[in-house]
Design a protein around this ligand. Structure first.
Ligand code: DX5
Ligand code: ZN
Length: 228
């Protein structure tokens, strides 16, 4: 029973970074049918990270096709400037990098003023303590288990200590905050992240490269999160 309860706690947020962009809408519809809990948009501006990806207009064009919540992971230099555009595009949750926000508390407040939930992402080199002063503003903390910029990288297992540190900060606060991980998450790594305290898992390559299809890939992740 406990395992089933844990499985129902686990949320899978596919990153569409590896999707076939020529049929991005169909890909998102298939992910919804396959049992995904959220769509994770890896937004990159070519400055905070070298890669360039999804503008708000692309997300807005997909919005009417699926009912899943959209979370935008803003790997951008000036997230506060872009936040209104991603709100208009239909994102329910905006995740900004602590490293890109000299005024993090103000930026999170601006996101919430746009009627979106706010999240903070921490690069591998940023300590868990960076989010302690703003937990009251966050719906989630995203612990990066790779250095941002590309999909398909190797999971940095040493980040599991930070996952637990973030979970402990939350447990000792009065706030309900999700712990999410992003980068190199697959059947071989999700168990360690879950045991460390994560409940929400971004996965790109592990889903899009699975020859058994999206539904099987998502099921494998849920199973591995609760049994490994
Ligand atoms: C890194 C991106 C990736 C992506 C997931 O900037 O945030 O972590 O979402 O990619 P995979 O699951 O292929 O590592
Ligand atoms: Zn991401």
């Amino acid at each position: 029973m406990a395992a089933e309860a844990l499985a129902s706690d686990i949320l899978i947020a596919p990153s569409v970074l590896p999707a076939n962009f020529a049929r991005l809408g169909e890909e998102c519809v298939e992910l919804e049918r396959a049992g995904a809990d959220r769509i994770h948009w890896d937004v990159m501006d070519g400055r905070f990270v070298p890669n360039l990806t999804f503008g708000p207009d692309i997300i807005a064009s997909i919005r009417p096709l699926v009912s899943l919540p959209f979370e935008a992971h803003l790997m951008v230099q000036e997230p506060h400037e872009l936040a209104p555009r991603y709100a208009e595009a239909g994102c329910e949750l905006l995740i900004v990098h602590a490293e890109a926000c000299p005024h993090l508390h103000r930026t999170l407040g601006a996101i919430r003023d746009l009627d979106m939930d706010a999240g903070v992402a921490l690069n591998p080199g940023t300590p868990a303590s960076a989010v302690a002063p703003v937990l009251d503003m966050c719906r989630l903390v995203l612990v990066m288990t790779v250095n941002p910029g590309w999909g398909g990288q190797h999971y940095i297992r040493s980040m599991e200590t930070k996952i637990t540190e973030v979970q402990n900060l939350i447990s000792h606060s009065d706030h309900e905050v999700e712990v999410e991980v992003d980068g190199g998450v697959g059947p071989a790594t999700i168990g360690g992240a879950a045991q460390a305290g994560a409940k929400v898992f971004v996965a790109g390559s592990a889903i899009f490269s699975d020859t058994d299809g999206y539904k099987a890939a998502i099921h494998k992740l849920r199973t591995a999160a609760t049994t490994n």
